[in-house]
Design a protein around this ligand. Structure first.
Ligand code: NA7
Length: 541
């Protein structure tokens, strides 16, 4: 492939995950000659790579799926209320086949760089194989949780046993039977993985730096006829979902949190009321207070109550205490769990509280901490992602006047306008850029809106003879100020909040809460307002 035989696209989409597949379908339906460049061998994005045992979505399957095509939502059969990774991967393959998307996807094609040619108003997109493709528009569907955060622990390469990374889990089955396994990381991934690995391993040692807040919930197979009944009501389900702040009107980790905000305040609750909350609601009850997200003292009180609720499940008091979080609830993404705390009652599970002495290094035979050495046959790293910006900063993106996106985001901050476009980078649409509702909502609801907005925008430009659209720096600044004002009254901005939401999980990353928290309907209203005003905040040329 050379430049000449790949020129002539109207749009290049980067990534064949949830966002990229819909972007391809949508732009192709609009008559744009579109190509998707995907580094992997298949569709799926994050849901292709994160195939670790226990991987599952924390939003219900019938809502964590495309709503744009009634055929696909009626034909696909979900087997469980909240889908496991293999089923989501299979679903995305089904959609790719059903909508005949594969013919326009180039697999094994990693984008390494892209430069905006100002004279021609086109992007030149370069691949690892040395090819260059050009198109006036680029849609970066590169994912918000697609780039693993390397744990950067000394000696990792020296380990003589099996090293496994949850975000690039092998395709073949990994048998951990009879092995001494260590897991590093207790975010959503660790909380899903740990109960499953505990059942297989001879011994499991969990290395925990920050205890998780989890929301135990039953995930179950659909009853006979239940899915058909839901499908018969899909129009209502989708309408409710669209109007819900978190883009999921049924059960999800977000909707549980959303519900909490409607409860009475903890600070004025009597001890009896507090105890009743955990008697009746368990660890979810400990957190279900209206002031918890807005008042750090209430949040700290809820953390203590949470610890009491954990101690009712975990038999060893020292382990229960070690599993009690000290960071504010809400700072990290809530986690729907399946038997997480019960796992620590097993004889073959040990918890190492790294707050009492951190990991020093990985040795050829295990992990050395300040508290002692642990001999292991396998180490599983569940250490998170360089979220939101990580994928685009790994591509050398050069906009107007030689401006580098990676430099801009690392020096100024992860700024974008409307969570879609960055000033200085014309005709580049980033699905779920910083400032979009994605981190605090059902990602699929959010991305469908993004893709549709982008499709309509390109249609408008072509219909009205414009060749470029570009976010204006002032509009971008105002949007970022607006997103910051929304989270200012919450515990999300507390200095002890370190998470992928604000870049605090990646050393050296510019700190800023990267989501839009006024909810999806309000976000949609603002995006409509921008369009109605002739793409206010953008320069069209
Ligand atoms: P998270 O939520 O970022 O969790 C990563 C975990 O790994 C977290 O417990 C970290 O502790 C821990 N971690 C990271 N680096 C280290 C080192 N060096 N040593 C010890 N522990 C470490 O990522 P997940 O993959 O679990 O979930 C990401 C999202 O995927 C989730 O929010 C859902 O949206 C789906 P820390 O908290 O930094 O102290």
């Amino acid at each position: 492939m050379t430049t000449s035989d790949t020129a002539g696209f109207d749009a290049i989409v980067i990534g064949a995950g949830f966002s990229g597949l819909y972007a391809l379908h949508r732009l192709r339906e609009q008559g744009l000659r579109t190509v998707v460049l995907e580094k992997a061998e298949n569709v799926g994005g994050t849901w292709l790579f994160n195939r670790y045992p226990g991987a599952r979505c924390d939003i219900e399957s019938i809502e964590y799926s495309y709503s744009f095509s009634d055929e696909t939502q009626q034909e696909w059969v979900w087997t469980e209320t909240m889908p496991r990774q293999p089923e989501i991967e299979a679903y995305l393959n089904f959609v790719a086949d059903r909508l005949d998307l594969r013919r326009d996807i180039r697999f094994h094609t990693e984008v390494t760089g892209m430069t905006f040619d100002e004279a021609a108003s086109r992007w030149e997109v370069r691949t690892a194989a040395g090819d260059t493709l050009t198109a006036p528009f680029v849609v970066a569907a590169t994912g918000i949780l697609s780039v693993p955060k390397e744990p950067e622990i000394a000696g990792m390469d020296t380990f003589g046993g099996l090293s496994l990374f949850t975000s690039r889990w092998p395709k073949h089955d990994v048998d951990l039977t009879g092995k001494r396994v260590g897991v590093i990381g207790t975010g959503s991934t660790g909380v899903q993985l740990i109960p499953v690995v505990a059942q297989q391993a001879e011994h499991l040692t969990v290395f925990q730096r920050s205890p998780a807040y989890t929301l135990p919930w039953e995930v179950r197979p659909f009853d006979d006829g239940e899915l058909d009944e839901l499908k018969a009501n899909y129009a209502e389900i989708r309408a409710a979902q669209r109007e819900h702040a978190v883009g999921a009107a049924r059960l999800s980790a977000f909707s549980v949190m959303f519900e909490m905000m409607t409860k009475p305040p903890l600070k004025s609750a009597s001890r009896e009321e507090q105890l009743r909350a955990i008697d009746e609601g368990g660890i979810i009850g400990a957190l279900s207070w209206g002031d918890v997200f807005f008042d750090i003292e209430a949040n700290q009180m809820a953390a203590k109550l949470y610890g009491e609720a954990v101690a009712r499940i975990v038999e060893d008091p020292a382990t229960a205490a070690a599993l009690t979080p000290t960071h504010p609830f809400g700072c990290k993404r809530p986690i729907i769990d399946q038997g997480y705390y019960q796992t620590f009652n097993r004889d073959n599970v040990t918890l190492v509280d790294l707050r009492k002495g951190p990991i020093v290094e990985v040795t050829p035979t295990g992990i050395r901490t300040e508290q002692g050495d642990y001999e292991l046959d396998a180490i599983i790293y569940a250490t998170g992602f360089d979220a939101m910006t990580g994928a685009m900063t790994r591509i050398s993106v050069t906009g107007r006047d030689g401006m580098s996106l990676a430099d801009f985001w690392s020096t100024e901050g992860p700024y974008a306008y409307l969570g879609i476009a960055v000033a200085g980078f014309p005709n580049l649409f980033i699905v779920q850029a910083p400032g979009s509702p994605a981190p605090a909502s059902n990602f699929v609801t959010a991305l469908e809106h993004h893709v549709e907005w982008i499709g309509d925008c390109i249609e408008y430009l072509r219909a009205n003879g414009y060749s470029t659209i570009e976010a204006l720096p002032d509009a971008q600044r105002e949007w970022i100020e607006h997103t910051a004002e929304l989270v200012a009254p919450t515990v999300l901005v507390h200095p002890t909040c370190n998470s992928w939401y604000n870049g605090g999980n990646v050393p050296g990353k510019k700190r800023m809460y990267m989501g839009y928290t006024a909810g999806i309907p309000e976000y949609r209203r603002r995006c409509d307002e921008v369009v109605d005003a002739g793409y206010a905040g953008f320069k069209l040329a």
